[in-house]
Ligand binder design. Structure first.
Ligand code: NAP
Ligand code: ZN
Length: 347
């Protein structure tokens, strides 16, 4: 018998989220049943709930920054036991056979990874995410949360953390590298912490200087306002790597101009509209414009272990479920320091 659990659901693009109940599947031999303690609110949840990318399968329970404890395990589970502290990120399955899956880059599965929500699971039923009290996930897609990180501060690492850690590692952020993070929101603030811990020289590019004190405390060496045109002149040809976490469309040519020779700007934000890239901004300095999506399971575990070792968790504001809609509006208004996390015991 499937289990009925409490959840918060988005019924339609133009309606607020509301309390409901959903069913979780029976525990299969390889499944782990997780009592969810906390779920982060990622801007992707909002894009999906408001159908800003198109194709949302309503009704949907968002949430792909999940932290909790194992409540039960299937007969064949070997890696987890009841009571373990665990997390679930943006996907809960993949084909396990294609080249990316075999390389541990399951997020790029050629048959499409199975999203934690807004997807269809192997059993043919819609997937529902972390704004709920419990979830059942194949053990191969479950992460271990090290003891050093509190569950509420760990939850946002499952998406925001890996989304920044993966490109920082892929493009070699470390000592001697100048890295800029555009947007000091949920993704950006974790990126500052991780880039600093990797030894890079870190600059925050935020719309204003309002959050400068926080940015420097989180580990940034420099902080500039993109609302000031002087910033783009002063920082011309400066960075080896720019990670753009902004959820809205930016004049990307001006940001490319801040890359040094052979520098790369990595697009992490997923704005609603296509991006205009002026070719001149690329060819003048052999610059690259790239993208990156979350990270694989093995690298997500590596990231969690790295964060525990370096004392990194997200800066959070824990909210009760009845404040989810208000939190959405505040995220859209860039009024978040720096991640809302739902206490799922209030669902
Ligand atoms: P967030 O908390 O809202 O942060 C985005 C930040 O962008 C804001 O805090 C703000 O920073 C800046 N910003 C917002 N609107 C802006 C505008 N109109 N002009 C300039 N800057 C603006 O969102 P998030 O959860 O970090 O997610 C950011 C984006 O990444 C979303 O589009 C999300 O869907 C996407 N995402 C992608 C991946 C991936 O795998 N690539 C994973 C997760 C999320 P300042 O106030 O500092 O300017
Ligand atoms: Zn996310």
């Amino acid at each position: 018998m499937p289990t009925t659990v409490n959840a918060y659901i988005a019924p339609a693009a133009d309606r607020p989220l509301e309390p409901t109940t959903i069913e979780r599947r029976d525990l299969g031999p390889n499944d782990v049943s997780i009592d969810i303690a906390f779920a982060g609110i990622c801007h992707s949840d909002i894009h999906t709930a408001r159908d800003e990318w198109g194709g949302t399968r309503f009704p949907v329970v968002p949430g792909h920054e999940i932290a909790g404890t194992v409540a039960a395990v299937g007969d064949a589970v070997t890696r987890y036991a009841v009571g373990d502290r665990v997390g679930v990120g943006c996907f809960v399955d993949s084909c396990r056979e294609c080249e990316p899956c075999r390389l541990g880059e399951e997020q790029y599965c050629e048959r499409g990874n199975v999203g934690t929500y807004n997807a269809v699971g192997r059993d043919g039923t819609p997937t529902h995410g972390g704004y709920s009290t419990s979830i059942v996930v194949d053990e191969n897609y479950v992460l271990r949360i090290p003891d050093g990180i509190a569950l509420d501060e760990a939850a946002p690492l499952l998406c925001a953390g890996i989304t920044l850690y993966s490109p920082l590692r892929h493009w070699g952020a470390g000592p001697g590298k100048k890295v800029a993070i555009v947007g000091l929101g949920g993704l950006g603030h974790v990126g500052v912490k991780i880039a600093h811990a990797l030894g890079a020289e870190v600059t925050v590019l935020s719309q204003s200087l309002k959050k400068m004190e926080d940015g420097l405390r989180l580990g940034a060496d420099h902080y500039h306002a993109t609302g000031d045109p002087q910033t783009f002149r002063e920082l011309r040809n400066t960075f080896d790597l720019i990670l753009n976490t902004v959820s809205a469309n930016l004049p990307i040519g001006r940001y490319l101009g801040m890359l040094a020779l052979d520098g790369t700007l990595v697009e992490l934000g997923l704005p609603e509209h296509p991006i205009d890239v002026p070719a001149g901004a690329l060819i003048g300095k052999r610059r690259s414009f790239a993208g990156s999506m979350i990270g694989g399971i093995a690298q997500t575990q590596e990231m969690l272990d790295f964060c525990a070792e370096h004392g990194i968790g997200a800066e959070i504001e824990v909210i009760s479920a009845d404040r989810i809609n208000e939190a959405y509006d505040r995220v859209v208004a860039s009024d978040v320091r720096y991640r809302f996390v739902i206490d799922t015991s209030t669902l």
